[in-house]
Design a protein around this ligand. Structure first.
Ligand SMILES: [Fe+2]
Length: 244
């Protein structure tokens, strides 16, 4: 199975050029480049909207995605509205939170909702139950906020996942499993391994943030996406691709 991951679109209904950046054009360019890899499915990993969730933005993205004829799924970021996403895209919503799971080609895909900056107790309980139920050794977790420290000096002091310790502790309990965790949010490319978790952070289609400065600073003008090739034997090949 091959998954294309696109994150942090930051599309606005009122601003064509947030910070002077052509966000719709960027998304279309990235989507086209991603499709060249012939993914079996595409994941939109949060922050589809720029500041707050807007129905017309979701409808525009849906129209673009529907043209691809490829299955696609998504999760909300901190700038999204899970309820509106549910109404437009139809992705599952449980008491206001967008978390769900399915198995595809021997890989368990788990979609989590960190849009409130933390993972709720209800969602953690659900995740524990799902992992107990599933005999899959390989799992791909999609969560907007990275649940580990990634050394972004601008983002982490103010915008890190509040209860990342709880999330890590849960995954660590499954000692025979390996978790591949795919995040966005930090607008950078990195990967961090700890215990049975590897967290892959994917660059944005908006702009990348310099992780080495405390003040917000654009790193470069490239935009990117990720291709993920998981298999049922706990192996995963993944690569980030940039376009200008
Ligand atoms: Fe973002």
């Amino acid at each position: 199975m091959k998954i294309g991951l696109i994150t942090d679109l930051h599309i606005s209904a009122t601003e064509d050029l947030p910070l002077g950046i052509p966000v719709k054009e960027n998304f279309c360019k990235v989507l086209k480049a991603c499709l060249d890899f012939h993914p079996d499915m595409i994941v939109l990993n949060g922050d589809l909207c720029h500041k707050t969730g807007e129905r017309s933005v979701y409808e525009w993205i849906k129209a673009e995605m529907d043209k691809t004829s490829i299955p696609y799924f998504g999760i909300p970021g901190n700038h999204d509205d899970a309820r509106l996403m549910h109404e437009v895209f139809g992705w599952p919503l449980e008491l206001g939170e967008m978390y769900y799971t399915f198995e595809k080609d021997g890989v368990r895909c788990i979609f989590m909702d960190s849009s409130k900056g933390k993972i709720s107790d209800r969602q953690l309980s659900w995740l524990r139950e799902e992992l107990n139920k599933s005999s899959m050794t390989a799992s791909c977790i999609f969560i907007h906020h990275p649940p580990v420290i990634c050394n972004s000096r601008h983002m982490e002091p103010a915008y890190a996942l509040e209860n990342m310790d709880d999330v890590q502790e849960l995954f660590r309990q499954f000692t025979d499993r390996k978790f591949l965790i795919f995040s966005g949010h930090y607008h950078m490319e990195t990967s961090v391994s700890t215990g049975n978790m590897t967290v892959f952070v994917t660059p944005s289609t908006f702009f990348q943030i310099d992780p080495d400065t405390v003040v917000l600073k654009k790193l470069h003008d490239q935009i990117g996406f990720r291709i993920i090739n998981p298999d049922s034997s706990q192996k995963c090949i993944t690569s980030v691709h940039y376009i200008t």
